[in-house]
Design a protein around this ligand. Structure first.
Ligand code: NAD
Ligand code: UDX
Length: 481
């Protein structure tokens, strides 16, 4: 029986390994992590992450051919294939701060592999890493190898949160990069045979190591660029009376452009896009390509612009101040169907409103009060000025924030509503009931274009929808970005 060990039981390691275990009953998988609470949660009925379909998959194979453990050394030592799926955040200090990937966790995992291995192994980069990381890892492993042979493969993960199980069941492609040596090719075939249990052969792409590593950064950069492009258009739509949804539809009908990933929003969030683009920017700069670096940086600048444009619109529409006004925030997660709040645009929007002394009442179906409070007092990491002193964290802000478990409760007595996540339930709320319980004039600022604006206007709301023609009210109170 082939034994797989995955280091890192997070959003990627957990679901990816659960699907491998489900689809490959002949393989034993152990997912290890240094975090005891995380492993305890994977072994309980309350999994550490919310992901549609995940519970089912885990229940079907946990205790049969997938196990979760904190005994990293034992399970790494016993494995034939070791996936490394640890976090690779942006460096916040030192050389490359604000852009470069922090590979501390990766290096520590690699050293553990080198220390405890007693047999040859295939080591798979599952984390998103800078191009050429495999070379550094090879050095760590071979310099500490005691004669053991390691083959490094790059097998970046393309799943998106909220649809992880679907994406893993039916991936557009699986990418495996390896050395162009006979041993490298053999390792590629070994990993290919794992995925071949359920992924059609023509969807398993094999490349050299550096192409696989760079393809992951490139894919995320291209996806994020589409969102920043449509968000840039949304500002122009508001200025001209065009409707961004109609523009997206019209351009998406061009088969060369395609319809996906063209929804205008309050900004993209999530743990990947900003981090991976900054990483790409840093790699370009290190390779003497400042123009290319500047090009990709613009994707993040537009994203920041979109978030502050939204805040400015809220404040300017409400007579240029939200001080002591109650604002209901519907949705805090970075997208629907996840409880993940990493880099969620809601953090920046809430902080912007708190900066103008608003009182926030927040509701998200999957994010806990604790998480929201932590996110709002955490110092904002300023990627553009990482070395400057950060402003003191606004501890007092927390007092201005309450969290409810119901959209109706959150909107009671509010002056305005900001919709920041596209949860399906926000489309079908009883907005008449909500309107009746709000202060007047009652505002809705729809950062995800989920509500039927015309219907809400008929009820009496003043509605702002990203990138859509403005109400007369909003036209009279232009937001200064
Ligand atoms: P995560 O923070 O959810 O999980 C990482 C886990 O690794 C944590 O539980 C941490 O405790 C553990 N860990 C860190 N160092 C360790 C060590 N030395 N030994 C054992 N465990 C250790 O991160 P994630 O969202 O799963 O992302 C992991 C990687 O996958 C990142 O590089 C990310 O860029 C990439 N990725 C993420 C997504 C996504 O949607 N989240 C998608 C594709 C790729
Ligand atoms: C992304 C990539 O899609 C995935 O392939 C990669 O493996 C990890 O990073 P994820 O961040 O989980 O996945 O979610 P994604 O669906 O890409 O959404 C990212 C952000 O973009 C969210 O905040 C989402 O709301 C926003 N978005 C997405 C838009 O604003 N408009 C769109 O049209 C699509």
């Amino acid at each position: 029986m082939v034994k797989i060990c995955c280091i890192g039981a997070g959003y990627v390691g957990g679901p990816t390994m659960a699907v491998i275990a489900l689809k490959c009953p002949d393989i034993e998988v152990v997912v290890v992590d240094i975090s005891e609470p995380r492993i305890a949660a994977w072994n309980s009925d309350q999994l550490p992450i919310y992901e549609p379909g995940l519970d089912d998959v885990v229940k079907q194979c946990r205790g049969k051919n997938i196990f979760f453990s904190t005994d990293v050394e034992k399970h790494v030592a016993e494995a034939d294939i070791v996936f490394v799926s640890v976090n690779t955040p942006t460096k916040t200090q030192g050389l490359g701060a604000g852009k470069a990937a922090d590979l501390t966790y990766w290096e520590s995992a690699a050293r553990t592999i080198a220390d405890v291995s007693k047999s040859d192994k295939i080591v798979v980069e599952k984390s998103t890493v800078p191009v050429k990381t495999a070379e550094a890892i090879e050095k760590i492993l071979t310099h500490n190898s005691k004669g053991i042979k390691f083959q490094i493969l790059s097998n970046p993960e393309f799943l998106a949160e909220g649809t992880a199980i679907e994406d893993l069941f039916q991936p557009d492609r699986v990418l495996i990069g390896g050395r162009e040596t006979p041993e490298g090719q053999k390792a590629i075939q070994a990993l290919k045979s794992v995925y071949a249990h359920w992924v059609p052969e023509d969807r398993i792409l094999t490349t050299n190591l550096w192409s696989a590593e760079l393809s992951k950064l490139a894919a995320n950069a291209f996806l994020a660029q589409r969102i920043s492009s449509v968000n840039a258009m949304s500002a122009l739509c508001e200025a001209t009376g065009a409707d961004v949804a109609e523009v997206s539809y019209a351009i998406g009908k061009d088969s060369r452009i395609g319809p996906k990933f063209l929804s205008s929003s309050v900004g993209f969030g999530g743990s990947c896009f900003q981090k991976d683009i900054l990483n790409l920017v840093y790699i370009c700069e290190c390779n003497g390509l400042p123009e290319v670096a500047e090009y990709w940086k613009q994707v993040i600048k537009i994203n920041d612009y979109q978030k502050s444009r939204f805040v400015n619109r809220v404040v300017s529409s409400m007579f240029n101040t939200v001080s002591q006004k109650k604002i209901a925030i519907l949705g805090f997660a970075f997208k629907k169907d996840t409880g993940d709040t990493r880099e969620t645009p809601a953090i920046d929007v809430c902080k912007g409103l708190l900066g103008d002394k608003a009182i926030l009442n927040i509701y998200d179906p999957q994010v806990t009060e604790d998480q929201i409070q932590r996110d709002l007092i955490m110092k904002k990491f300023d990627w553009d000025h990482p070395l400057h002193l950060q402003p003191k964290s606004p501890k007092s802000a927390v007092k201005q924030v309450s969290v409810t478990w119901d959209a109706y409760e959150a909107t009671k007595g509010a002056h305005g509503i900001c919709i920041l996540t596209e949860w399906d339930e926000f489309r079908t709320l009883d907005y008449k009931k909500i309107f009746d319980n709000m202060q007047k004039p009652a505002f809705v600022f729809d950062g995800r274009n989920v509500v039927n604006a015309d219907e809400l206007r008929r009820i009496g709301f003043i509605v702002y929808s990203i990138g859509k023609p403005l109400d007369a009210w909003l036209k009279d109170m232009p937001a200064i970005a």
